[in-house]
Design a protein around this ligand. Structure first.
Ligand code: ADP
Ligand code: MG
Length: 227
């Protein structure tokens, strides 16, 4: 998987988050403060803009203003795509999920380093790094009804598929399916982290919005990488 695939993933994720903005916000209305979809959609719109590199202006081009030929702020490798995604989410998405998604994408980007193509084991390492970052920052464990309940089983399923010798399409399907199942499993959980935990037992019976958005983002990766 090269830079174009990672770029396409993030652009596709932005589209899926925008398409599900109201759904995610409704999930957050039930057990939080009704801002998850709105915040994340705003953040991913900023990410899409950032991935385009420096904005074009209508003003006549000033010779040299864009820097030397070939110089561009558009990310040059998969790791840079993910790092830019994380940094942009940190600066544009408020609440709990902005910093958590930010650290996830930044740690994944750092794990990929400057490699220009990413194989399955490297992607598995990046997912592990993202999960570790989320857990380090947020302190949530599986069962606490957070995005960890989608990301952790997805990361595990991906690693297992690779260890079993799966090809990319099957490994990515395992990833996306485990994330979706993990998100669905949050419905019966009582929240122990984040805003939803204030509801105590009344948080049971609703899907966690962050787990739902994580499942959407990982499904976008499967769809883009296997098309
Ligand atoms: P806020 O709760 O600040 O309004 P959002 O609504 O954007 O932030 O995001 C809420 C989501 O963030 C939750 O559904 C949950 O998945 C995730 N979240 C909250 N706290 C944590 C945490 N400590 N660890 C992991 N994820 C968390
Ligand atoms: Mg919220």
């Amino acid at each position: 998987m090269d830079t174009a695939v990672f770029r396409a993933w993030i652009v596709s994720a932005a589209g899926v988050i925008e398409a599900n903005r109201d759904h995610l916000t409704q999930l957050d209305a039930a057990i939080g403060d009704a801002d998850h979809g709105v915040n994340l959609a705003r953040g991913f719109a900023a990410v899409t803009a950032a991935l385009e590199g420096p904005a074009e202006t209508d003003a006549p081009a000033t010779p040299g203003a864009q820097g030397p030929p070939g110089a561009s702020d558009a990310p040059a490798n998969p790791g840079a795509v993910l790092t830019l995604t994380g940094s942009t989410l940190i600066s544009t998405v408020g609440g709990a999920s902005g910093p958590l998604y930010g650290v996830a994408f930044r740690r994944a980007g750092k794990a990929l380093g400057a490699a220009v193509t990413v194989d399955l084991p490297s992607l598995a390492d990046a997912l592990e790094a993202a999960l570790a970052g989320v857990q380090q920052l947020g302190g949530a464990r599986e069962g606490d009804k957070t995005m960890v309940d989608a990301l952790a089983p997805a990361t595990r399923a991906f690693g297992k598929a690779i260890a079993d010798g799966a090809q990319a399409a099957d490994a990515l399907s395992a990833l996306a399916e485990a994330a979706a199942a993990g998100a669905a499993a949050t419905i019966s959980m009582q929240a122990r982290k984040g805003r939803a935990s204030y509801l105590g037992p009344r948080s049971v019976g609703h899907e966690d919005p962050g787990a739902a958005s994580t499942a959407l983002i990982l499904a976008a990766l499967r769809d883009v990488a296997t098309r």
